[in-house]
Design a protein around this ligand. Structure first.
Ligand code: ADP
Ligand code: MG
Length: 251
């Protein structure tokens, strides 16, 4: 595995008013590494990801991508943010634009790429997720799983160095979850640096190089998945994992 640190979070504190949501996060993500962030609802997972791509301004601390700061006040912010793709639970595609227009819009407007070039990239990526034949369809004509795959392609069309995924399958019907997770597994295999928040525990175990367990605004535990899921070190992690288990619950 490459040892280059691609994304480095140091001493990250994020407060909303009096509420300290992140209370000193240190996290380095190596190039090509897949980090899965787990933790109870409201523990700050989304806030952490949003700080990582500059959507939130840290109260304190630094976030470096390739050694350069990402922070909302920074002049580099636009260029730096373009290197970090993010996919959310809601796909937020433009309803009145075709799939092809949805995924080529930002490369053309923001990166000023020529139409033919942007479309060639889009074709390659849409083919990869099996959706090139839907290029002239509108979002409403696609299933949730297909829309989420388009949202992933839209992020990839910006040619990011790091991809952040925030519960991207949480709103999908169960039979559509797999097709989205498969796209993420394929990205991981190709060496994309990824930070993933998910409630799909089997997927987390399969894809993660490292699991980071967040609770009470701090990283409580971080381990390789085979250790985290079989022998977590902390009681808080054990309690969290127990909420995903249905065995041995009867008295
Ligand atoms: P998670 O993704 O782990 O469920 P979040 O990062 O969404 O948690 O939220 C962590 C805490 O921060 C929650 O208590 C939430 O209410 C609060 N929070 C998140 N965003 C904001 C905001 N923009 N303003 C105020 N509070 C927020
Ligand atoms: Mg969240």
């Amino acid at each position: 595995m490459e040892e280059t640190i691609q994304l480095q979070v140091s001493g990250l504190i994020k407060k909303f008013g009096e509420d300290t949501v992140l209370n000193g996060i240190d996290l380095s993500v190596r190039q090509g590494e897949v980090v899965v962030v787990l933790g109870p609802s409201g523990c700050g997972k989304s806030t952490l990801l949003r700080c990582m791509n500059g959507l939130e301004t840290p109260t304190a601390g630094t976030i470096l991508l390739d050694g350069e700061p990402i922070s909302a006040g920074d002049r580099n912010i636009t260029r730096q943010r373009q290197k970090i793709g993010m996919v959310f639970q809601s796909y937020d595609l433009f309803p009145h634009k075709t799939i092809l227009d949805n995924v080529t819009l930002a490369p053309r407007k923001v990166l000023k790429r020529p139409k033919a070039e942007a479309e060639a990239d889009a074709q390659r990526l849409l083919e990869r997720v099996g959706l090139w034949e839907k290029r002239n369809a509108y979002p409403r004509e696609l299933s949730g799983g297909q829309k989420q795959r388009v949202a992933i392609v839209r992020a990839l069309c910006m040619n990011p160095e790091v991809m952040l995924f925030d519960e991207v399958t949480a709103a999908l019907d169960p039979e559509m979850v797999r097709e989205v997770l498969d796209v993420m597994l394929e990205l991981a295999r190709q060496g994309m640096t990824m930070v993933i928040v998910t409630h799909e525990m089997r997927f987390a175990r399969a894809i993660a190089d490292r699991v980071v367990f967040l609770d009470g605004g701090v990283i409580v535990e971080q381990s390789p998945p085979e250790i985290f899921f079989t022998n977590p070190r902390t009681q808080r992690a054990r309690d969290f994992l127990q909420t995903f288990t249905y065995e041995n619950r009867r008295p």
